[in-house]
Design a protein around this ligand. Structure first.
Ligand code: FMN
Length: 260
């Protein structure tokens, strides 16, 4: 079962950030994922931790490692992530990436290929946010960490105009639920890649066999023979056959995806 971990970067457990995170987790859960939410305010996060605090960071690291998808949720503070989220990402650096051979080079390690989702919100109105990119700078910080760790983005969501907002609007709630539903699909797509190569191999083997069979049946009626005759008929027959096979598989896949 796909494990999804929501990481709340604010002490406001009932605020808009928390509601967005819960909606994404609800979407993932409705798709059969095993979901968990942690609130960073419940953990002591120190850059030079004592032995006891180091164990707590290790516990968080193991929770993250056990999850296929991590959701980072933070309010936008001063065009940036919250101090709590920043402190967490700083503390996790040595666990999320490894050092390369060049000085200070950071490379993907244990978190490579994990999926991630980013959530934030701000007082700024939607249009102003589009122009000034208030939440863009929040995302850039979290994105930098996740991409350095080799993780893959599933999606992101922003709620703007949150001043005096107590509850996430229904349409934004629905958007977050849909984002949560993307998690399982994006993980299945990755598993699908190996299947695709196997399918491709058999498609090629099958089309080549049929093409060579047809060629041997019609070789006596061909106007051109020899190398170029074989080449032209092979390309034409193979192209028609492969188009039919590919069309069949892509239509089947589109129907399967729509059904989901
Ligand atoms: C310290 C602080 C800094 C903030 N900075 C910004 C900002 O730069 N731009 C903005 O639009 N909103 C800013 N806000 C508003 C928060 O983004 C807003 O309160 C957020 O929606 C709170 O989320 P919550 O309900 O999860 O607590 C700031 C709020 C605080 C407390």
């Amino acid at each position: 079962m796909t494990k999804v971990l929501g990481i709340l970067g604010t002490s406001n457990k009932f605020g808009i950030t928390a509601q967005m995170l819960q909606a994404v987790l609800a979407g993932a859960k409705s798709d059969g994922c095993d979901v968990e939410m942690i609130c960073l305010a419940d953990y002591p996060l120190e850059m030079n931790p004592s032995k006891e605090h180091n164990q707590i960071l290790d516990q968080l690291h193991h929770k993250m490692l056990a999850s296929e998808c991590l959701i980072f949720a933070t309010p936008t503070y001063w065009k940036d992530v919250s101090g709590l989220m920043k402190q967490f990402l700083d503390c996790m650096r040595s666990r999320m990436v490894r050092f390369g051979k060049k000085d200070g080079e950071m490379l993907p390690d244990l978190y490579a290929k994990k999926k991630y989702i980013l959530l934030t919100n701000c007082y700024t109105k939607t249009l102003e946010n589009c122009v000034t990119g208030v939440t863009d700078s929040t995302f850039i910080v979290m994105d930098r960490v996740c991409t350095t760790a080799g993780m893959e983005l599933v999606g992101e969501a922003v709620t703007t105009n949150t001043f005096a907002m107590k509850e996430l609007p229904d349409w934004k709630h629905a958007e977050c639920v849909n984002l949560g539903k993307k998690i399982q699909i994006s993980i299945e797509k990755r598993d699908f890649t190996v299947k695709r190569y196997i399918q491709l191999f058999f498609m090629l083997a099958f089309s080549t066999l049929i093409t060579m069979g047809i060629q041997s049946l019609i070789e006596n009626w061909l106007p051109i023979t020899g190398f170029w005759g074989n080449y032209v008929t092979f390309v034409l027959i193979f192209f028609i056959l492969l188009s039919v096979v590919l069309h069949y598989f892509s239509v089947k896949n589109i129907n399967a995806t729509n059904y989901k």
